[in-house]
Write a protein that binds this ligand. Structure first.
Ligand code: AMP
Ligand code: ZN
Length: 308
């Protein structure tokens, strides 16, 4: 390691940056990198009312912690999917609630069993989709619904560099142009009911967010991955990138940043844009969110049985 900022014991070596940092310098740098992402990708302003989607894991709690420290008006949203396996939902919910209590920050809980009368498993049993796909539909819908109903300006998620680089590799291998176009650190709202989505941890690795959370004394769910996602394709992409990173430190960050710089190479041509926008214009007859038919995927799964 060529460079260490002070005489304190280093807690982390960042090979890709040739840096060895003590706890204080590492947390300072972590915040600076979040600030840099927010600024370069125009993710947030200090006037924004931010809704942070928190899963109880290290990334989203670290994100919430940094945003509060940087002076953002940031409240949390935890979506309780009622996952019983390994008491996953109960434990993650407790971590999110404990963090909110300690920081005196507002936390909204969306308990889908209470709201819609069924857990993720009950919903997935009645649907041909995979559990992970149903889970994604429910989470996206609840994030959008709470952001709209609570009058938030922007929704922030804890996706880190490993997540983003992994998804990018997967989308490139399949040349999924539509998903590539939308893989942005700030995704603008494309419908009046939707809010912009930002990922302020997109320049920081999983290892960095875990180190930050530990140094800050944040109590999070250690099994970072959901107990059902252990064989998911995104994990294979992440593993492949980690092997490349070992041989060639810095590749992950370079891969992601360069893609963002050249993302408009994948921009739709005018007629494709009209086709895509045209296809998205219908509103769900039950919840009013944009949908490809008169009932959105969420309302079809949950049967619109929302209890008010
Ligand atoms: P994942 O899809 O599990 O990789 O999580 C990606 C991001 O989605 C997390 O960093 C959180 O911001 C958000 N998220 C995941 N699960 C939940 C949840 N149960 N409630 C609220 N936000 C969540
Ligand atoms: Zn709907």
């Amino acid at each position: 390691m060529r460079f260490s900022k002070c005489s304190e014991q280093a807690v982390i070596h960042l090979r890709s940056h040739r840096l060895a940092l003590c706890g204080d310098h590492f947390t300072e740098r972590f915040r600076d990198v979040v600030k840099k992402a927010i600024k370069s990708y125009r993710q947030l302003t200090k006037d924004d009312k931010v809704l942070v989607a928190v899963s109880g894991g290290k990334d989203s709690l670290a994100l919430w912690d940094v945003l509060l420290d940087l002076g953002y008006d940031a409240e949390g949203l935890y979506i309780d999917l009622g996952i019983k396996k390994e008491s996953y939902s109960d434990i993650s919910r407790e971590k999110a609630e404990a963090f909110a209590r300690n920081r005196g920050a507002g936390l909204i809980i969306s308990d889908i069993r209470k709201e819609y009368g069924m857990s993720l498993h009950a919903a997935a049993r009645k649907n041909p989709r995979t559990l992970c796909s149903v889970c994604g539909i429910i989470k996206r819908h609840e994030m959008s619904r709470v952001a709209l109903e609570g009058g938030y300006d922007v929704l922030a998620t804890g996706h880190n560099l490993d997540d983003e680089a992994g998804v990018l590799l997967g989308n490139l291998l399949r040349w999924n142009l539509e998903l590539l176009r939308r893989q942005a650190p700030r995704l603008e709202a494309w419908h009046p009911k939707l809010k912009p989505k930002v990922k302020p941890l997109c320049l920081l690795t999983e290892r960095e967010t875990a180190t930050y959370a530990i140094l800050r004394g944040i109590d999070y769910v250690y099994e970072m991955e959901c107990p059902f996602s252990l064989n998911s394709p995104s994990i294979v992409m992440k593993e492949a990138l980690n092997r490349i990173e070992e041989r060639s430190p810095g590749t992950k960050l370079y891969f992601f940043k360069k893609f963002q710089r050249h993302r408009n190479l994948f921009a739709s041509r005018e007629e494709e844009k009209q086709k895509e926008e045209g296809a998205e214009l219908v509103e769900c007859g039950i919840c009013g969110f944009p949908s490809s038919s008169d009932r959105c995927a969420f309302c079809r799964i949950m049967r619109g049985k929302r209890k008010n």
